[in-house]
Design a protein. Structure first.
Length: 168
């Protein structure tokens, strides 16, 4: 399979998983009526409408802020698509696809609902992770972590140093 096709396909898969899970949370499970669903000793479903960006930051912009945030996210998604298209590494391409799919899902929420649907709450007994998130958020965070790890672990090719190159 072509690397670019795989990156865009992963983005589409993430988008479908994100939007499908949110649809099920709102219309299948009707989490808004249930308040909280305890799934595991470390995992709950709790509906939170995120009016800001990642982890609810910048929620004080009001209605104009929603449009500004959506516009900014669309610009980022376009830049990610260009980066994905130009990438020559499989790992990078797939990480960008995951980030893009999650970002598109959150933009669709913001345009459709005026806020992002968050519902996954992680905890260890009484110690709760401070943020509620969704499938798209998870893919964004994992994609960014993968890009960071790749950048840190990427090795420079070994070989002799050119006469004028003292950077090594």
């Amino acid at each position: 399979m072509n690397r670019r096709v795989a990156g865009f396909a992963l983005g589409a898969l993430v988008l479908l998983a994100d939007q499908g899970s949110k649809y099920w949370i709102l219309h299948g499970l009707r989490l808004q009526d249930l308040q909280t669903v305890v799934l595991l000793p470390v995992l709950n479903f709790v509906l939170v409408w995120n009016h800001g960006i990642t982890f609810g930051m910048f929620t004080s912009f009001g209605d104009a802020g929603k449009i500004i945030l959506a516009g900014f996210a669309i610009a980022v998604i376009a830049a990610l698509a260009v980066w994905l298209w130009r990438s020559d590494r499989w790992f990078t391409t797939l990480a960008i696809g995951a980030i893009g799919g999650g970002a598109i899902g959150n933009v669709l929420d913001r345009l459709r609902h005026g806020a992002v649907v968050d519902f996954i709450q992680v905890h260890a007994g009484w110690l709760y992770f401070p943020y509620v998130f969704n499938v798209g958020d998870s893919c964004i965070v994992c994609g960014v972590a993968a890009l960071m790890a790749e950048s840190l672990l990427r090795r420079q090719p070994a070989g002799p140093v050119a006469a004028g190159d003292r950077r090594r």
